[in-house]
Design a protein around this ligand. Structure first.
Ligand SMILES: NC(=O)C1=CN([C@@H]2O[C@H](COP(=O)(O)OP(=O)(O)OC[C@H]3O[C@@H](n4cnc5c(N)ncnc54)[C@H](O)[C@@H]3O)[C@@H](O)[C@H]2O)C=CC1
Ligand SMILES: O=C1[C@@H](O)[C@H](O)[C@@H](O)[C@H](O)[C@H]1O
Length: 337
């Protein structure tokens, strides 16, 4: 059986997921694509899914009887409305991160899904599908480095556009770490603080960049994440986990080492699309297989809610400079791990 999917938002990742569903994932087909920019939706359809319909709105796409599952890849602030609409129609939905830009909207999604009593939402946090993070978690879970005490991480983008805001360095960028560390450590956050090192002259005037976010978990683990979105040299994701017995470090993507002219070098990627390409492929295949089996495995609405609550607090901490507490509502039993 081929799963018939509709895509809402035909920008960078909407196009990439359309290509992926049509050319990489097995057992899926894109039958509809829309975007507020309909010409852009038609362009992506023509490139990868020429038979796809281009309905005039996300709501119209969700209502199409042939659309069995939806992929939401529009701007973050529009995700919640489409996820809630998909739930209204009882349809499966893969929503790119963040689930919503406001934790309150995530709460509504959690409550709506729990009331339906069926898990229909998967959030597009792909790092738990990355082979490097999986290997790291396996080693931690096996007790190889003893109890985890600290995590040192970095999330660096070469540069960002002028529409990127200081809040987005949390809601759009850090949010990946906020999700992956909950998963990797099976823990939750209790506080956050943000400090700003010397500002890079390469940032646009409205940005404060880089920044260091310090998180504390229930178990008392301290995590520091450097977010540096104008680092110039490439797309670089680092993570070192320090335990009682040793340190475990996220493997770098495979790259050929060149030794030449008395120098040793290897390439560093510049684009998130390449850095996590295999993880996105596995993630989307798992979503398609999960829908067919009636059992989704990836990040839940609850995970999306937890990441958004922590993100909201980090934004507050950017402004206050203080250590801010992170508190979550009680997890509905529906999401018990
Ligand atoms: N998992 C990951 O690593 C990544 C996730 N993302 C997430 O995917 C989402 C989209 O990001 P990009 O593709 O980079 O942005 P983009 O700006 O390239 O594309 C977004 C598209 O959504 C359309 N759009 C905006 N509002 C809409 C609405 N109400 N209805 C329908 N279409 C609408 C825009 O016209 C645009 O074509 C964001 O939430 C972002 O955080 C993006 C990049 C990587
Ligand atoms: O999700 C992503 C983008 O939306 C975000 O803007 C980048 O900072 C991240 O590195 C990328 O993974």
């Amino acid at each position: 059986m081929t799963l018939k999917i509709g895509v809402i938002g035909a920008g960078a990742i909407g196009e990439d997921h359309t290509r992926r569903c049509m050319q990489v994932v097995s057992g899926a087909e894109i039958v509809a694509i829309t975007d507020v920019n309909l010409a852009r939706a038609r362009e992506v359809a023509d490139k990868y899914a020429p038979d796809a319909k281009v309905p005039e709105s996300g709501e119209a796409l969700i209502a199409l009887p042939e659309v069995e599952a939806i992929i939401v890849t529009s701007w973050g602030g529009t995700h919640a409305q489409y996820v809630l609409e998909a739930l209204k129609h009882g349809k499966y939905v893969f929503c790119e991160k963040p689930l919503a830009t406001e934790a309150e909207d995530c709460r509504k999604i959690v409550e709506t899904e729990a009331a339906l009593g069926r898990r229909l939402v998967q959030v597009g946090f792909m790092r738990p599908y990355d082979s490097g993070y999986r290997a790291l978690k396996k080693l931690i879970d096996a007790g190889e480095i003893g109890e985890v005490l600290m995590v040192h991480a970095a999330h660096r983008n070469a540069r960002v556009g002028e529409n990127y805001t200081i809040q987005m360095s949390v809601t759009d960028t850090l949010v990946h770490e906020l999700d992956v560390f909950r998963w990797m450590l099976a823990d939750d956050y209790v506080s956050a603080q943000v400090v700003f090192p010397r500002r890079t002259s390469k940032a646009l005037p409205h940005m404060r960049d880089p920044q260091i976010i310090m998180l504390e978990t229930r178990k008392g683990i301290r995590i520091d994440v450097e977010v540096f979105v104008n680092c110039q040299y490439g797309y670089d994701i680092k993570c070192a986990v320090v335990g009682e017995l040793g340190e475990a470090i996220l493997p770098l993507p495979a790259a050929v080492e060149v030794r030449k002219s008395a120098k040793q070098s290897c390439e560093i990627m510049t684009d998130w699309k390449d850095r996590f390409i295999a993880a996105y492929d596995v993630e989307l295949q798992d979503f398609v297989d999960g829908v067919k089996a009636g059992k989704l495995n990836g990040a839940t609405s609850w995970d999306g809610y937890c990441a958004s609550v922590a993100a909201d607090v980090c934004v507050k901490a950017q402004e206050s400079g203080r250590i801010e507490p992170i508190t979550m509502m009680d997890r509905p039993a529906f999401y018990d791990r």
